[in-house]
Design a protein around this ligand. Structure first.
Ligand SMILES: *Cc1c(COP(=O)(O)O)cnc(C)c1O
Length: 394
């Protein structure tokens, strides 16, 4: 049996242990210390943001972000339907209600025009959204110019979930620098990892200080333990932050490797960019591919870290073979692939949530597949995966 090829495994750079060892030598193992402070500085300067607070997960960072935007009980929050559940769950943690908005076909992220329709409809119902969460899925930036413009017109703050988009940019502005607040994740499968962790970033020093305060049980300034506010135990440890400092040194290389994976798959699998059109039976593939496989193009000015390479199969061109069948056959070859995110409006957990749907995320979920995309993925393995896919579909 061939060695297993994973979807997106961790990839250490070499200096992580040096930073961890220093923390051990100083016996500085607590959720405070030099590694935490320096990792926060590294993140802020890389993304071009004023300040960062590192925490135990991206989910925790989103939760703190919503709290700092004063999202509370029964408030509504606009959220893309096409995302990982961790984007939406913190809305519920706050007792608030997600309002799901479908994707645009050019970035797969929240459709700005549908978002504006949703806002207008919520306002007409007397429920102006308290905040907007925008996600850059698989590393592709969302249409931020349009989204930020609309958000500003309605005076609604934006929380940017850049968990998958560290290193991506839009016309030179980093993903994670554009929302009122923004979030990164360092989970095990992300573009860099601390084994688990996240960050909340913003330009207002006071707001980020407040995030650190809430993340350490909201302890008042007193020698005894006094608390006036509800806090959390969300702070990142000094050991974990040491991994983060090591990973930051190799981040540009990691982005380049993932982009190279994408180029190799694109070359080997027929070089066709996806175009979606509207036919008599709903959305359909509106170009033709020599192999029935399609890739998401970067619109002009968009720079994706290509965290995961995603492809779509048109069953009409692949003798009826679906992405799900391909996934099973790859699995038999010890190759891990994964369906695209199942839209939130299809999740039992959120069956009651309001939604504004145009069919794009359903189309992507039906036809799409994430391919192995690690920054340590070898060219021979990409060749092996592509040969297998081409063999399956004949
Ligand atoms: C990974 C991820 C998160 C959550 O990050 P964790 O660190 O795993 O809590 C949030 N949103 C998106 C889009 C993600 O991919």
């Amino acid at each position: 049996m061939n060695d297993r090829i994973y979807l997106s495994p961790p990839h250490m750079g070499g200096e992580e242990l040096t930073f961890i060892k220093k923390a051990f030598d100083q016996n500085w193992i607590a959720p405070l210390g030099e590694n935490v402070n320096r990792f926060e500085k590294d993140l802020a300067s890389y993304s071009g943001r004023g300040h960062a607070a590192v925490v135990t997960s991206g989910t925790a960072a989103i939760h703190l972000g919503l709290k700092l935007l004063n999202v509370g009980s029964d408030d509504e929050v606009i959220c893309p339907s096409f995302t990982f559940v961790a984007t939406a769950n913190p809305i519920r943690y706050q007792g608030a209600i997600p309002v799901f908005v479908d994707s645009d076909p050019h970035t797969w992220n929240m459709d700005p025009y549908l978002m504006e329709e949703a806002i207008q409809d919520r306002v007409a119902k007397g429920k102006k959204p308290k905040a907007i969460i925008v996600v850059h899925l698989y590393g592709m930036p969302a249409k931020m110019d349009e989204i930020l413009n609309i958000a500003a017109n309605y005076k609604i703050p934006v929380l940017e979930d850049a968990a998958e988009a560290l290193g991506s940019s839009l016309n030179g502005r980093m993903c994670g620098s554009m929302g009122d607040l923004s979030v990164y994740s360092f989970n095990g499968n992300k573009i860099i990892t601390t084994s688990g962790g996240g960050a909340l970033l913003g330009d207002n020093d006071e707001v980020i200080r407040k995030a650190r305060f809430l993340a350490t049980q909201a302890r008042d300034d007193a020698p005894h333990y006094q608390h006036s506010e509800l806090g959390y135990n969300y702070r990142m440890s000094n050991i974990v932050a040491g991994i983060g400092r090591g990973q930051m040194k190799v981040l540009p290389e990691r982005v380049e490797s993932r982009r190279q994976n994408h180029r190799r798959y694109f070359q080997a699998l027929g070089k066709t960019w996806l175009k979606i059109g509207r036919g008599s039976n709903g959305l359909e593939f509106s170009t033709e591919s020599p192999v029935g496989i399609y890739f998401l193009k970067e619109p002009s000015g968009f720079y994706s870290n290509r965290w995961l390479t995603t492809i779509l199969f048109n069953p009409e061109e692949t003798d009826g073979i679906t992405s799900n069948e391909i996934r099973h056959i790859l699995e038999e070859q010890n190759i891990e692939s994964r369906p695209l995110w199942k839209p939130m409006h299809r999740q039992p957990l959120y069956e009651d949530a309001p939604r504004y749907i145009n069919g794009v995320s359903d189309f992507l979920f039906r036809h799409g597949l994430c391919l192995p995309s690690g920054s340590n993925l070898k060219k021979e393995n990409i060749d092996r995966i592509c040969e297998k896919i081409i063999e399956i579909k004949g």
